[in-house]
Design a binder for this molecule. Structure first.
Ligand SMILES: [Mn+2]
Length: 376
């Protein structure tokens, strides 16, 4: 009897002990699995942060600034990256080269963020460039600025430094996506307003994730940022900002020409191209006629050798571009560099099969042509 009781008690205790060992093993096993993961992640954050700690800042603050004729990617990336640098303890401040366009104003409004101030002269200041690395596109005085970093998704431009700098470039849809990646790589929280800014920039630069430069990183950035920004319908958000971009209401023809305008320099030839978007081909032809009138005046106002306007439409997801040269010389260079146009209607060179994207086709084509035919 006594022995039997002991057996039952012993058996019972054994079961309890086994349960405790199993539970302990479970919890211990879980901790043992997670701890190294968390440690590895923290270690990566620390290492990534260490990777930029020798950024040579002369006189603070570091102005984080994008290109001239600022677009949404340039402005929103500057604001979000200045916040990132501030969170990491660097004295940073976002700036712009010129007042923001209507689309960017819409995104800033939706995010509840003020437009950054205009930096009149970059000379002598510590500068972190976003969305460009081309002096021709940079703020006034950039040749005499102290460049501490570049964050970009374009080709390598003319900016050079003798000293070390942060230089991060990726062939993806938006600079804003690189900013999003950096927040994760440095282990930083993206607040709601910053998420809305970056989302607007990604959608704008990738034409709602349909552009030819879009990657999985851009798609995941948009999904993650939409969640953080509390924007359930990104399609509606895109339509909202795109409607602002298409609305040239109250703007002069020259303001329209220069609303998304960039300059480049290759082999001593400086050329500029303004991008415009309209709804359909009737709109494109009408806008091309207006640009034909505005371009000679615009050309006279800038220090360039060649100038173009590119009027784009998107039909059934396919891009069509109307390229309008400013003068005879611009026309000759263009026709020599891009003989594969589909049609010339007397005003515009028309590219139907996917268009002539500025970053993907126009600039590479001009660069190759100008390098192969050095200007006398
Ligand atoms: Mn961009």
């Amino acid at each position: 009897m006594r022995k039997g009781n002991n057996t039952i008690v012993t058996a019972f205790l054994l079961v309890i002990a086994a349960c405790m060992i199993a539970a302990g093993g479970y919890f211990f096993g879980k901790n043992a699995g997670e701890k190294p993961l968390l440690e590895a992640q923290e270690r990566l954050y620390t290492l990534n942060r260490a990777g930029i700690e020798n950024m040579i800042i002369e006189d603070g603050p570091v102005y984080v600034i994008g290109h001239r004729s600022p677009d949404s990617d340039t402005v929103c990336s500057a604001v979000a990256y200045a916040r990132l640098l501030t969170l990491l303890g660097y004295p940073a401040q976002a700036a712009i080269t010129e007042p923001v366009n209507r689309e960017t104003a819409y995104i800033l409004r939706e995010a509840g963020v003020e437009a950054p101030p205009v930096l009149e002269d970059a000379a002598g200041k510590s500068i972190f460039l976003v969305d460009h690395s081309e002096y021709a596109q940079a703020a006034e005085g950039m040749e005499d600025a102290h460049i501490v970093g570049i964050l970009d998704h374009h080709g390598v431009g003319t900016v050079t430094t003798g000293h070390q700098l942060v230089y991060e470039a990726k062939p993806i849809g938006a600079t804003a996506t690189i900013v999003w990646l950096d927040y994760m790589n440095y282990g930083l929280e993206i607040d709601k307003a910053t998420a809305a800014l970056l989302l607007g920039a990604v959608l704008s630069d990738t034409t709602n994730l349909t552009g030819s430069t879009v990657t999985e990183a851009d798609r995941q950035a948009a999904a993650d940022l939409a969640g953080r920004a509390g924007i359930a319908d990104t399609g509606a958000f895109y339509l909202g900002l795109h409607a602002e971009a298409l609305s040239y209401e109250g703007m002069s023809d020259e303001e329209i020409l220069f609303s998304d305008y960039k300059e480049y320099e290759t082999s001593g030839v400086r050329y500029g191209i303004g991008l415009l978007s309209v709804i359909d081909e009737d709109g494109a032809r009408a806008m091309a006629e207006r640009m034909k009138e505005a371009l000679p005046r615009g050309f006279a106002a800038k220090q360039v050798d060649l100038m173009y306007a590119s009027v784009g439409i998107r039909e059934n997801g396919l891009k069509i571009d109307y390229i309008i040269p400013a003068n005879e010389k611009s026309r000759e260079f263009f026709e020599a560099a891009f003989p594969d146009y589909d049609e010339f209607d007397g005003t515009s060179y028309i590219f139907r099969n996917g268009g002539l994207g500025r970053k993907t086709k126009f600039v590479p084509g001009m660069t190759a042509f100008l390098n192969a035919h050095p200007h006398e």
